[in-house]
Write a protein that binds this ligand. Structure first.
Ligand code: ADP
Ligand code: MG
Length: 730
């Protein structure tokens, strides 16, 4: 009689995942095959196969209430169903339906199967535009949802695909059966592993209510409350895995306890000709407190172009050197590495490092550059000196990853422009010193991504943000010239006028002693075509729009030495204008250039345009960025408008996320862990932050999830076994 006992514990998701859908009465071999086509094999898969949308019958219209040309949905019953063949073998299906009060004639062209789908007596929700014809109401090719169960006020509509050959009501039926057999009074009920305090803090419904509410809601409010909870579950599991991974790494890795109050750091700070921005001071503090701990740092530094990341990186590297260690900085391209090299050497001036083996007890701080273009002799010398600890800071490209480069004691690694390096490369750089000690790692990116997205994409890193620009900068004015970007594009008279006006302003700037970049149209199909187009633009500008000026050309197919020479001539002011492909996207720093013209700007993404624009506005002069293009799509229009409206990289990143969706941002990282069925990093931004906060709080109070075993085992459903073992051993 007394059934309730420990053995009747509630059902977990793992248990549901172990039960095949074939165990359901309604599911035979054929239906099971259909379900498998949409990745539904277990009862867990089934319960997390969520409705695509709901038909809210409380908002339903009557046929008689609908105006001509109005779009609306009505629930109808089929009263007559016929078809006829017309010329050319095409079929017209005529269906008459009623809402119990009025009739409506539906016509389907060339969809012969509709006659079978909409047999007499069938109920369906239809959506479309009403037309009146000879006093009769008609609808052509409406959207049809067969809804089956009409008892509820809110009817879930499940994704129905050709593949599965399953109707929405089939799925609703299977789910109803599963819920019936799982939930009380018949079933044991569903376990809810979420700690009570989280439920309370965020005012979530429990899991039973959530699954019942998402599949069989009595009101839209109930469906929304259910969604909130289930979205949180997905994001929370993801954040738990990321935070556990971070903590596990921290527990297994031994790092250096750097001193951050050494003489080099102090002298460097004193030597700066300007005051640090508030953001720089804050971020340096964040980094220094990481460095001082014995847990190795894994930190991401996000900062817009020109926000002063280099200086922050240098401070971190000097802290390593102060403690007798070395530092490495890796950049994604040769040009960038070289720029960092000369920039950092200039920043460092003539700092001295203490060295007891010398007469004065000091020697100059030594910085070297290593790339694939370093000569064999130099390379050999550098490798030797790095190994002996005679070189303090090495700056370079991927060449730094090569196994032949070993350090005496590598203390800090800085990686610029993370999005071009993989996680493996990050790992490879950490293994550069003999022994167990792992260097501290700072990853820098100038392509800001929204905070909540960063929490997911870089969830195993801490994030610092430089959200303040150094003072004394005149903001860049961005102007959009709505004209075809290709110069001979046969554009209309007004567009030509705008273009003419633009080139006139460019010439004025140059006459005033400034310099300009012109970025050529991006050509997706081939690199070769892109180069050809750049050459064409170059010839044209040199002879027409910018005739008489010193114009140079830079593209990716040039010999490195030619590239360097051109870049050098531009930097030294011998060239007025640099026509280039996107090779100038990252890092190029010529403060005297104040004009950026981007041709066919509508072909670039927001982040790329923002990067390109960041090449100007680096000096004291006012700068202008001209976007030339005709936005062919509403998205293109929004992109260019966003650029005109804002120079804030983080704001633009939010717009970008809105326009492109999260898929592009998640990319690589999410492969194989497809737990985001409901949650959207875009729409559910706030929930991402909540999930991360809750995950950190929980793990801080229960590091190995020892007192939250059910949560831990649920997590096991979403990560593979090896990963789970690694995560839980903390
Ligand atoms: P990022 O790498 O973030 O694009 P940089 O580190 O190259 O930016 O800095 C851009 C420019 O701003 C450099 O010329 C740098 O010397 C200068 N700068 C950096 N910090 C400050 C500051 N606090 N005050 C004034 N100028 C600064
Ligand atoms: Mg440390």
């Amino acid at each position: 009689m007394i059934e309730v006992s420990a053995s009747r514990s509630r059902i977990t998701l793992a248990e549901l995942d172990a039960i095949s859908v074939e165990k359901l009465t309604g599911v035979g071999e054929k239906k099971a095959k259909g379900l498998a086509k949409v990745e539904v094999r277990s009862l867990f898969d089934l319960l997390t196969f969520y409705p695509r949308r709901y038909l809210d019958r409380t908002k339903e219209r009557r046929i008689a209430e609908m105006d001509e040309n109005e779009e609306a949905s009505v629930l109808v019953t089929v009263t007559k169903s016929t078809s006829r063949r017309i010329r050319g073998g095409k079929v017209i299906v005529n269906i008459t339906v009623t809402d119990g009060h009025s009739d409506l004639a539906l016509t389907f062209f060339n969809q012969a199967w509709r006659e079978r789908q909409l047999g007499v007596g069938r109920e369906a929700m239809i959506f479309g535009k009403i037309k009146y014809f000879r006093g009769q109401r008609q609808m052509a090719n409406p959207v049809v949802d067969l809804v089956g169960d009409k008892t509820g006020k809110i009817i879930p509509v499940y994704p129905q695909s050709e593949k599965s050959k399953l109707h929405s009501w089939d799925i609703a039926g299977f789910i109803a059966e599963t819920l019936r057999r799982t939930l009380p009074p018949k079933g044991r009920g569903l376990a809810d592993p979420l700690p009570m305090w989280i439920l309370d803090e965020y005012d979530f419904v429990d899991r039973e209510a959530a699954l019942r509410g998402i599949h069989t809601p009595d009101s839209m409010a109930e469906a929304m409350a259910a969604r909130r909870r289930l979205v949180f579950d997905e994001l929370f599991r993801m954040q738990l895995a990321l935070v556990l991974r971070k903590r596990a790494l921290e527990a297994t890795e031994v790092g250096l306890e750097h001193r951050t109050d050494g003489p080099l750091v102090a002298r460097f700070r004193q030597s700066l000709p300007f005051a640090l921005t508030g953001a720089q001071s804050r971020v340096i503090d964040e980094i220094f407190s990481d460095l001082a701990r014995s847990i190795p740092m894994h930190r991401l530094l996000q900062g817009d172009v020109g926000s002063g990341k280099t200086l922050v990186a240098v401070a971190a590297m000097l802290a390593a050197v102060d403690g007798g260690h070395q530092a490495a900085l890796m950049a994604p391209t040769e040009v960038l590495a070289e720029q960092h090299y000369s920039g950092i050497r200039a920043l460092l001036g003539d700092l001295q490092v203490s060295d007891p083996s010398t007469l004065l007890g000091e020697r100059p701080l030594k910085v070297e550059m290593l790339s694939n273009r370093t000569s064999t002799a130099d390379r050999r010398r550098i490798l030797g000196e790095v190994l002996l600890g005679q070189i303090d800071i090495v700056i370079g490209t991927h060449a730094l990853i090569e196994p032949t480069l070993m350090f005496d004691s590598l203390g800090v690694v800085v990686i610029d422009e993370q999005h071009r390096f993989g996680v493996e490369q990050r790992a490879a750089l950490r293994d550069k010193t003999d022994g167990e000690v792992v260097p501290d790692v700072l990853v820098m990116t100038a392509t800001p991504i929204p905070r909540t997205a960063a929490m997911t994409v870089y969830g195993d890193l801490d994030v610092s943000v430089l959200d303040e620009m150094p003072p004394g900068r005149t903001p860049i004015v961005t102007r959009w010239v709505r004209a075809s970007g290709s110069l001979d594009g046969g554009e209309g008279a007004t567009a030509s006028l705008d273009l003419e006006a633009m080139w006139a302003e460019v010439r004025l700037e140059i006459a005033a002693g400034r310099q300009a970049y012109v970025v050529c149209p991006l050509i997706d199909e081939s690199h070769k075509l892109e180069v050809a187009s750049a050459e064409e633009t170059y010839d044209r500008l040199r002879n027409v729009e910018l005739s008489g000026l010193a114009v140079g050309l830079l593209h990716g197919r040039m010999q490195p030495s030619d590239k360097d020479q051109t870049m050098g001539r531009f930097r030294d002011g011998h060239l007025d204008v640099l026509v280039a492909t996107t090779v100038i996207e990252v890092g190029v720093d010529v403060p005297n250039s104040t004009v950026m013209v981007i041709l066919d700007a509508d072909r670039f993404g927001i982040a790329q345009l923002h990067q390109l624009r960041g090449r100007v506005g680096r000096g004291a002069y006012a700068s202008t960025c001209w976007l030339v293009g005709e936005a062919a799509t509403p998205d293109g229009e929004s992109r260019l408008e966003a650029l005109v409206a804002s120079t804030d990289g983080f704001e633009l990143a939010e717009v970008d996320l809105d326009l492109r969706g999260e898929g592009t941002i998640l990319g690589e990282r999410q492969k194989g862990r497809n737990d985001l069925k409901l949650a959207s990093l875009r729409r559910d931004r706030k929930m991402v932050a909540n999930a991360r906060r809750a995950a950190i709080e929980l793990i801080d109070s229960d590091p190995g999830l020892a007192t939250n075993q059910s949560l831990a085992s649920e997590l096991g459903l979403f990560v593979d076994e090896a990963e789970a073992e690694f995560l839980m051993k903390g």
